[in-house]
Write a protein that binds this ligand. Structure first.
Ligand code: TYM
Length: 338
């Protein structure tokens, strides 16, 4: 008989899962709102992070470019601090259970629920010539990503809140019919930085798909570019560096500076009391550029080491599939799929 008396009592850690689309560049918004929390969560949770390349197909993509950006996004996720040994880091399409479970969950999701998704409405307005069914059922694929791994907590920015709510609804509905099949996940939306705004129009979310590249800072922008973009950032006609309603541009810069320095907004206000907007913007630009430099350097290292990346992806996908397979077979059994 196995001697378990001296075995350490280890509490099972909770599971954190999240994902990012590979198209476009990773922005400072993605980083502050989501990815840097993924990195922190590695200390507390069993973490699973993925590049959501199947999600990217909801908008027409150039195949060669998608392939390239998927690999680059994976490398950048690691460069930002996701450790592929400690966490499971994988590419969504390399675990086919995602598409398999999505079909089943499609059959447990209501048309009305999907029609209410604000991101669907926004995206269909933007891509009026290609309102495909994938775009419509996108949140079901996202629910699958989360539920396949019995995730407890999902660190995301503010714009994913509604998708998380619908994921919980789908899980609860399914559990209501078949018993406890899925863990019902919680969203983790950071108290500050969950919605980083555009530098050109601070009433709009910073988005990688913005046509104006000055609207966003990319994690891979070089120092001069970062500084230049912050120097041009739209603020207001006052001269006070305080967080206040109506000062969207300054509020955004304060939030960004606070996020990368770890200082509170009040501390930042005190630091810049009596200083001009020019000084403040320069300080934000320099601090952000310095903060992002290690990720930029690591990214170049990883991109030069294709064998490392391929290995990490393969092993990530295998580890992910091991967990996903268990959920998938439980679901198939429950619904009567042989
Ligand atoms: P995506 O690729 O649009 O964005 C990745 C993460 O970045 C956050 N984010 C922001 N946070 C703060 N300020 C901003 N301006 C900003 N812009 C983006 C997003 O909220 C997100 O957390 N559908 C998801 C990807 C996904 C996923 C998942 C996430 C696929 N499967 C499962 C969680 C769990 C998306 O398109 O994120």
């Amino acid at each position: 008989m196995e001697n378990t008396q001296n075995a350490p009592v280890t509490e099972k850690k909770k599971i954190s899962l999240s994902g990012i689309q590979p198209t476009g560049v990773m922005t400072l918004g993605n980083y502050i709102g989501a990815v840097r929390n993924w990195v922190k969560f590695q200390q507390e949770y069993d973490c699973i992070y993925m590049i959501a390349n199947l999600h990217a197909l909801t908008v027409r993509q150039d195949p060669a470019a998608l392939k390239k950006s998927t690999i680059a996004a994976y490398a950048l996720m690691l460069a930002c601090g996701v450790d592929p040994e400690r966490s499971i880091a994988f590419v969504q399409s390399q675990v086919p259970y995602h598409t398999e479970l999505t079909w089943i969950l499609n059959c447990y999701t209501q048309f009305g629920e999907m029609s209410r998704m604000t991101q669907f409405k926004d995206k269909s307005a933007k891509h009026a010539d290609n309102i495909n069914v994938g775009l419509f059922s996108y949140p079901v694929l996202m629910a699958t990503d989360i539920l396949l791994y019995q995730s407890d907590v999902v660190p995301v920015g503010d714009d994913q809140k509604q998708h998380l709510e619908v994921t919980r609804d789908i899980a609860e509905r399914f559990n209501g019919i078949y018993g406890n099949v899925f863990t019902v996940p919680e969203a983790y939306i950071p108290p500050s930085g969950a919605r980083i705004m555009s530098l050109v129009d601070p009433t709009k979310k910073m988005s990688k798909s913005d046509e104006n590249p000055n609207a966003f800072v990319a994690v891979l922008d070089d120092k001069d570019t970062v500084i230049r973009k912050f120097k041009r950032a739209v603020t207001d006609s006052e001269a006070e560096i305080v967080y206040r309603e109506g000062k969207d541009g300054i509020n955004n810069l304060l939030t960004i500076y606070s996020a990368v320095t770890g200082k509170t907004i009040a501390e930042v206000e005190a630091e810049f009391a009596g200083k001009g907007y020019g000084d403040f913007k320069l300080a934000v630009g320099e601090t952000v550029a310095d903060h992002l430099r290690p990720a930029r350097e690591k990214f170049n290292e990883y991109m030069a080491d294709k064998a490392f990346l391929e290995n990490a992806m393969r092993s990530g996908a295998e580890r992910a599939a091991y967990i996903a397979r268990k959920t998938m077979s439980k679901v198939n059994k429950k619904v009567g799929i042989i």
